[in-house]
Design a protein around this ligand. Sequence first.
Ligand code: MN
Length: 131
Amino acid sequence: MTAQVLVVEDTPANMKLVCLLLDRTGYRVLQADNAADGIALARAHRPDLVLMDMQLPGIDGLAATRMLKADPETCRIKVVALTAFAMKGDEERMLASGCDGYIAKPIQYKSFLAEVARILAAPPTRQETPP
Ligand code: MN
C-alpha cells in the first residue's frame, strides 16, 4: 500500500508542484487549501503524512498542527511543516507545535522527496499528547 500524503497549502502554484512531485513518485495525494478543510480530511482519511504550509489564511499551520496533535484520532499522523521562513526560532516553534520536521520553500525536488521518504520511514518521533 502506497503512503497517502495530505497537502495543506493555500498557494496554487506551490500546491500544484508539490502534488505533481508526490503523484509522480507514486504517493496517494489529498489536497486542502485551508487548515479547517485539512483537519477534516485528516480525520476522515488518516493519511500517513501531512505537509502543512505554515502561512495559511485563518487558522495558521502552527495552530492546525497543534489541533491535529491534540486530537487522539489524528495525533499519530506525521506532520511536516512547509515554510518559507526557517530561522532558528521558527524551527523551535514548529517542533514545539508538534511538527515532525520541516521543509523550506522554495522546495528542491530531490531533497523534498528525500525528506518525505525519510519522515514516512522514520518511527514516531513524539510521545502522544497526554489527555
Ligand atoms: Mn501559504
